[in-house]
Design a binder for this molecule. Sequence first.
Ligand code: NI
Length: 183
Amino acid sequence: MKLPDLVILDEKDKRLRETSKEVIFPLSQEDKAHIHDMIDYLTMSQIPEYSEKYSLRPGMGLAYIQTGIPKRIFVIVEELDEGEFKNYIVINPKIISHSEEMIYVGEGEGCLSVNREVEGIVPRYARITVEAYDELGNKYQIRVREDISVAFQHEIDHLNGILFVDKIDPKNPYKNRSKYREI
Ligand code: NI
């Protein structure tokens, strides 16, 4: 595999604070190629051979704005089994329902734009149903849970200019921890 030529913005970059714009279909060839570059990048970051070779931090999600383009698109690459991946291409997403139950990632969330250790918890819905479009412009609904639900909410925040670190109070990073379930 060849590493796609992607530049991922760092959290200090103000573009990450923009609200991304709704996508109008059909997608250009350039957008389709960019989406697949993002998927390839994430996939390679999760394969030790490549993450070592190219010094990639493993990541499962990436929003368009993290590459400097303010469009409401994100991708997620989930490793199902060793070397076996499932891709999600999510365009113009809307959360249409969510569980009452909330969870947080015990080891902390990570973000390819946040290049430092951040302590603390980010409460997220345990399950959400999202309405979105695929790259051909077909509308679909998807119900996601646990870590994929967290990843979707993390990426939807990016589309609204929000980083996970914004949701942690540095003075009390584990606030209300007992109210949520750790995953
Ligand atoms: Ni992120």
